[in-house]
Ligand binder design. Structure first.
Ligand SMILES: *Cc1c(COP(=O)(O)O)cnc(C)c1O
Length: 312
């Protein structure tokens, strides 16, 4: 499976800026966005062991779930194409079609069979009865939850920083399902993990606890892990998929000054949180790693919505 998609491109890039040196902040960006244009960042980390398990189980069709602009759906479509297995994407919204947007049309073009369901049906995606029915209707299928949010996904994310040989003190990462942040937390480090949920009202600690519990970790171990988590829940910009001019201008500024492309759904928000924390002085003297989780496939969509280019 390692040869399917190499992570060699995912370098740890130092960002040298005068105001950082003045504060004694060392900043590195883990460029998981460079793994692949379509199988962006953390989505490959989360799919990797799911694909391994699926092939071991001799299944031939991966079934997963996602919304209209889902990075996970596109990553799954591309990874399955590379692995030579079939895949079905169950999409939230029966008003949609494969012509609705670039994400969905690309998924369809590279071989994902799209099934559009009502929001009501979609809400059943984690129910046992619904999942059993799906597997029965598609013999030889292997289910991966929305966002790749399962134990195997988490274990894949544990690898994100394993080869970094710097003794970082702080890590910043965006949160959707918490799978990535939980995996990072399992890495061998005593660093502080700054998590930035992109959903409004998201219970970061509760969701992380839940994923650890369902993965079989015991209470004491989980409690200990969670003491290293710092939640920044004031940077969701109104909720999932919401953004404003301030965030867009920030993303444009970061690109034009430092050539780091960010997206307005996940990494723009987490980088914004990091920037605020740096300027507050709370990271003075720290060695910080920002996890660039990817998500850049939505950029053309966003640009056509806001009517201007983000990266120039
Ligand atoms: C899916 C996604 C996330 C969220 O990761 P979780 O493991 O669901 O918390 C963060 N960044 C990007 C770019 C994503 O596509």
């Amino acid at each position: 499976m390692k040869e399917l998609l190499s992570t060699d491109n995912a370098i740890l890039q130092p960002l040298k800026i005068d105001f950082l040196s003045e504060r004694g902040v060392q900043l590195f960006i883990q460029r998981d966005d460079l793994i692949d244009q379509e199988v962006s960042g953390n989505k490959w980390r989360k799919l990797k062991y799911n694909l391994v398990k699926m092939l071991e189980a001799k299944c031939d069709t991966l079934i997963t779930f996602g919304g209209a602009y889902s990075n996970h759906l596109l990553a799954t479509a591309k990874a399955c194409q590379l692995a030579g297995v079939k895949c079905i994407g169950i999409v939230r919204g029966d008003e949609l079609s494969s012509d609705s947007n670039l994400t969905l049309s690309r998924c369809a073009a590279i071989g994902m069979k799209l099934k559009f369901v009502t929001r009501e049906a979609y809400s059943l995606r984690n129910e046992k009865i619904y999942k059993d029915e799906l597997v029965q209707a598609h013999p030889g299928s292997f289910l991966v939850p929305e966002g790749g949010a399962n134990y195997l996904g988490m274990i894949g994310c544990q690898e994100i920083l394993v080869n970094s040989n710097i003794d970082y003190t702080d890590v910043f990462v965006a949160q959707g399902t918490s799978t990535t942040s939980c995996g990072l937390l399992l890495g061998e480090s005593s660093a502080t993990y700054h998590v930035v949920p992109v959903l409004k009202g998201y219970d970061s600690l509760g969701e992380m606890r839940r994923l650890f519990l369902t993965s079989g970790f015991d209470d004491e171990f989980i409690r200990e892990l969670m003491t290293r988590v710092c939640v920044h829940d004031q940077y969701h910009f109104g909720g999932y998929g919401k953004y404003n001019d301030e965030l867009i201008s920030f993303i444009q500024m970061i690109y034009s000054e430092y050539a780091i492309p960010l997206d307005p759904i996940y990494t723009g928000k987490s980088f914004y949180a990091l920037w605020k924390e740096i300027h507050s002085g709370r990271l003075d003297g720290k060695k910080v790693v920002f996890i660039h989780t990817g998500g850049l496939q939505v950029i053309p969509e966003i640009e056509s919505k806001i009517g201007r280019r983000l990266f120039q």
